[in-house]
Design a protein around this ligand. Structure first.
Ligand SMILES: NC(=O)c1ccc[n+]([C@@H]2O[C@H](COP(=O)([O-])OP(=O)(O)OC[C@H]3O[C@@H](n4cnc5c(N)ncnc54)[C@H](OP(=O)(O)O)[C@@H]3O)[C@@H](O)[C@H]2O)c1
Length: 311
């Protein structure tokens, strides 16, 4: 059996459950490729799965977390025509399967896309999950158009930093919420206004917005209803808390799970190569230290993404 280094969990629980060990290199199916993982990144879903809030799959332990990858194709299945050994690709692999905290991952060819040419693997690995979530949230579900006003709740986070840049690229007027330390960089990233949610009540200073993109939920989401125009769209990455309140306000509420859509990945790669968007990376850690990334992200105040260097 050929083995690789990976970070595994043998049961659900705290970050202590993340163990750096040897495990088997995954076998590929005819429609899959084996990717040599150069880099991955950590997302809140990794933490939710690790903790056992696992609505994504019935899993068999040990489980490998991590659902972002940038790497090089090592092997291709005999039904794969579009990719070849040596191609540099990035992807958000299927969250129901074993992930990317590993030297190799098996991914369906229909889930991968060439990585941005101008970005290295560390930068590219920061894009797929958060970038797809932002793209699909504000464009497919939020239906954001040029000239519209959007509020991005959680603008400084992994998803929020892409949402700010994509909304700006689209030609929208972009308002974000963040704490004091993150205000300046968000303005530099393209936000027209940033509200310090710890000092100011956004619901008292904003009104008649077209779209709210909510990555926070709870009270923040409920108060967001007050700032939308009738017929405005509330789109949330964390579910709609009170559908009756949304309906009563004459607002359209949408919750969604981001999908792995290579066409969207290609659009993100093109925008990155054109210098229109860039991943915001607050920290790069080696695979052995992925636990530290979990501990940081669990606190809920990470700026942009934490990337894991694998090779
Ligand atoms: N449905 C889906 O398909 C999908 C996909 C991806 C993510 N998600 C979910 O979406 C959520 C966000 O993901 P993420 O990757 O962006 O998380 P993240 O990177 O951990 O987000 C952290 C950010 O949230 C900000 N924040 C915390 N409390 C806030 C508040 N009250 N108001 C405004 N900003 C606040 C922090 O900014 P400050 O430090 O400035 O406070 C920090 O920058 C997670 O719950 C994740 O599970 C869902």
């Amino acid at each position: 059996m050929k083995t690789m280094k990976a970070v595994l969990i043998h049961q659900y629980g705290s970050p202590e459950e993340l163990k750096y060990e040897d495990t088997a290199i995954p076998e590929i199916q005819p429609d899959e490729v084996l990717i040599k993982v150069m880099a991955t990144s950590v997302n809140p879903v990794d933490i939710k799965v690790r903790q056992g809030h696992d609505k994504f799959a019935k899993r068999t332990f040990p489980v490998i977390l991590g659902w972002d990858v940038s790497g090089v194709i090592e092997k291709v299945g005999n039904k794969v025509d579009d990719f070849t050994v040596g191609d540099e690709v990035f992807a958000r692999p299927n969250v129901a399967r074993n992930g990317t905290y590993a030297e190799y991952v098996a991914v369906q060819a229909k889930e991968i896309s060439p990585k941005p040419v101008t970005l290295d693997h560390l930068q590219s690995a920061a894009i797929p999950l958060a970038g797809l979530t932002a793209w699909q949230g504000i464009f497919d579900h939020g239906e954001l158009q040029a000239g519209q006003k959007i509020l991005i709740q959680g603008a400084a986070g992994g998803v929020g930093t892409f949402a700010v840049q994509l909304a700006k690229w689209k030609g929208a007027y972009v308002i974000g919420t963040a704490s004091q330390d993150h205000i300046q960089f968000l303005k530099e990233l393209g936000a027209d206004e940033v509200i310090d949610y710890k000092k100011e009540k956004f619901e008292e200073v904003l009104k008649d917005l077209d779209v709210v993109f909510d990555t926070i939920g709870g009270d923040t989401q409920l108060k967001s209803l007050q700032v939308l125009k009738p017929g405005g769209i509330l789109v949330s990455t964390v579910g709609i808390n009170d559908p009756d309140a949304v309906k009563a306000k004459g607002i359209i509420g949408k919750a969604y799970m981001a999908q792995s859509v290579p066409a969207n990945l290609e659009q993100l790669a093109d925008l990155a190569d054109a210098g229109k968007i860039k991943p915001i990376i607050s920290e790069v850690l080696p695979l052995e230290e992925v636990r530290k990334a979990h501990e940081t992200i669990e606190k809920g105040h990470t700026k942009g993404k934490i990337v894991i260097k694998v090779a």
